[in-house]
Design a protein around this ligand. Structure first.
Ligand code: ADP
Length: 613
């Protein structure tokens, strides 16, 4: 116990508005444009509150129509937002507007919360700061308001230093007008196109009709004004009430993407997680297009931001879509989001929904799934590499595109492989270049998968880590048992020496017997060393190209050409050497792309051989 307790003074930190105002102006929101969202959200809240009072029977709403008008008067230098919502009495204005950080929304919720906790439903305000964002762009803000009660209308005017005056107003209509006198250095907010763009970005789906009036524009009498927003966006409807056409139209309108999306996922989570949204798998224009999606985050139909990776995992940001998370505070810090359990649950739910949809498509609509596979494969592969949980959920929906054009699931492939090449997945990265190897495998009924994109092979490496029994082998990595023929293997020292000489160091010469006698030799490159080299090249490691790859030249004992070569080597050793060198080059040609020097040399050899014919 403090002996001097009697001398201790206590108090609350007091803050002067004149100090706080410049801070608000500068720091309240990183993006100034947001002020319009805040003021229009307040107007929308005011209408939502009034509707709620009608719904609760506290007042008779009759068949009132509610709307917000955003009016730009560039000649007068003002931008105003007017609503016919709940309005404020002088006391309310004093309480909610004149004292910063006293949110009327919170008070309203407390007062009118019904048993189900429903009062909060649809009300946007939270912090009691939004209104002041108007000072980020204004040097004076006026409020003219009339409460839905009998209380008289009030006029309030406040300058940029926070000095205000209040007086009686003549206003007869219920509702509030906020008139912002745009500051000298913020003139861009007096441009109609700027305001239109801001309304489009932030207010497109707000739940009350919003009209934009540009006073400098002549409007013909017979033109009925159209709201700038769609107050019932598709995501708010129940999925079974939405048509395919509506989903496509919504996509086109929101993302201005005229390519049809591949498919969509409508999330409508009620209890215990409250959020809704529609996610689309976009169609890529071409394989070179960078995969960059756009997931727009809304809070009760008010736009918050794009691509918030705390809410949707970064690897799903390749998708395009909208998410409405009403439990999310409008203006929150990233670090807050990272630790918020609602946010992490939403994120996990999205992952589950996307994965479930893929599996459902694969199981129930295989043909369609097969058709879109090539477009969605990079998404799925990337997502699986980033998140094991996503992989676990979608692994049954992984397809392999085969060289014969068909598509099978990885499970189906492995099932079929059991007999001839258990747990081995043969693949090609270039069907034309590797045609020799592919045709030998196909002749034996072995299916070959096409892994043409760099991500495909990286994904295969990941699959091997998760399915430890399974091995992905490029067609030129080994000679499959199935293509081997019966019969004795003659390891002729002479032939071995001949090929060892022409192939040079680093190439091992081996003998085998293939069913296909027309192929004299095949070059195999060890899967591990080739992948290592590819990886080094991928990560741009300098000496990647010179990384030693272990290659083996397999001589086919069944080949009559080899048999002939053996005879020639005894009678005409020089000629035999030229033939061996040519065979080696042909086998090299079907394994990799020739450099220009290699190609020129090969052509020269070909012509020289023709001369001898
Ligand atoms: P928040 O909206 O986060 O509660 P604001 O600073 O934006 O905080 O607004 C403070 C309060 O002022 C609101 O909660 C509301 O009670 C009142 N208010 C603001 N704008 C309006 C309006 N257009 N109509 C009625 N009340 C309003």
């Amino acid at each position: 116990m403090n002996n001097n307790e009697q001398n201790v003074k206590r108090g609350g930190i007091s803050v002067d508005t004149e100090h706080i105002f410049p801070i608000i102006k500068k720091w309240l929101y990183s993006e100034k444009d947001i002020f319009l969202r805040e003021i229009v959200s307040n107007a929308s809240d005011a209408i939502t509150k009034l509707k709620r009072l009608s719904a609760l029977g506290i007042r008779d709403g009759g068949d009132e129509t509610y709307s917000i008008t955003v009016r730009l008067d560039s000649a007068a230098g003002t931008l105003s937002v007017e609503d016919n919502g709940i309005g404020m009495t002088e006391e309310e204005l004093e309480k909610y507007i004149c004292s910063i950080a006293l949110s009327g929304a919170v008070d309203f919720i407390k007062k009118y919360e019904d048993e189900s906790g429903d009062a909060k439903n649809g009300i946007i305000g939270h912090f009691g700061l939004g209104f002041y964002s108007s000072f980020m762009v204004s040097d004076r803000v006026e409020v003219i308001t009339k409460s839905y009660t009998d209380a008289p209308a009030v006029y309030w005017s406040c300058n940029e230093s926070g000095e205000y005056e209040t007086s009686a107003s003549e206003r007869a209509d219920r509702g509030t007008a906020v008139i912002m006198h745009i500051a000298e250095d913020e003139k861009e907010y007096l441009s109609a196109s700027k305001i239109r763009a801001m309304l489009e970005k932030y207010c497109s789906f707000m739940p009350v009709d919003i009209y934009f009036v540009d006073e400098s524009e002549e409007v013909s009498e017979d033109k009925t004004p159209e709201p700038v927003n769609d107050k019932s966006p598709l995501w708010q409807k129940a999925p079974n009430e939405c048509t395919d056409k509506e989903y496509k139209e919504f996509y086109r309108k929101v993302f201005l993407d005229y390519k049809e999306p591949l498919f969509h996922i409508h999330i409508n989570a009620d209890y215990p997680l409250n959020f809704k949204g529609i996610l689309y798998f976009p169609k890529l224009a071409n394989e070179y297009e960078t995969i960059e999606g756009q997931v727009k985050l809304y809070y009760n139909q008010v736009y918050v931001a794009d691509n918030i990776k705390e809410v949707i995992p970064e690897y799903l940001l390749m998708l395009k879509g909208v998410l409405d998370c009403p439990e999310l505070p409008l203006n929150v810090s990233r670090s807050y989001l990272q630790t918020n359990t609602y946010v992490s649950k939403v994120s996990a739910h999205i992952v589950k929904k996307v994965a479930d949809k893929l599996v459902a498509l694969c199981n129930n609509e295989r043909e369609k799934y097969g058709e879109i596979w090539e477009d969605i494969a990079p998404f799925i592969e990337y997502a699986s590499m980033r998140d094991k949980k996503f992989y676990d959920r979608t692994k049954s929906a992984l397809l392999l595109k085969l060289t014969d054009g068909t598509k099978v699931t990885l499970d189906e492939y492995l099932e079929e492989a059991k007999e001839k090449h258990e747990n081995k997945v043969y693949y090609a990265t270039d069907a034309a270049l590797q045609a020799q190897y592919i045709s030998m495998l196909e002749a034996e009924g072995i299916k070959v998968a096409l892994l043409e994109r760099p991500i495909d092979t990286q994904f295969a490496t990941m699959l091997e880590q998760y399915m430890t029994d399974v091995k992905f082998l490029r067609v030129d990595a080994d000679v499959a048992d199935a293509v081997k023929g019966d019969g004795e293997i003659n390891e002729s020292e002479q032939i071995k020496a001949l090929f060892a000489d022409v192939a040079g160091e680093g190439v091992t010469v081996k003998f085998d017997r293939f069913k296909d006698a027309s192929v004299p030799a095949l070059l195999n490159v060890s899967e591990e060393s080739r992948r290592m080299e590819e990886m080094m090249r991928f990560y741009n490691m300098q000496n990647g190209a010179s990384f030693p790859t272990e290659s083996t030249l397999v001589i086919n004992n069944a080949s009559p050409l080899i048999e002939k070569l053996e005879q020639t080597s005894e009678t005409e050793p020089e000629k035999a050497k030229r033939i061996a060198s040519y065979i080696y080059k042909v086998s090299l040609l079907s394994q990799k792309k020739f450099s220009s020097e290699e190609m020129q040399e090969f052509m020269k050899d070909s012509f020289d051989l023709l001369m001898d014919l």
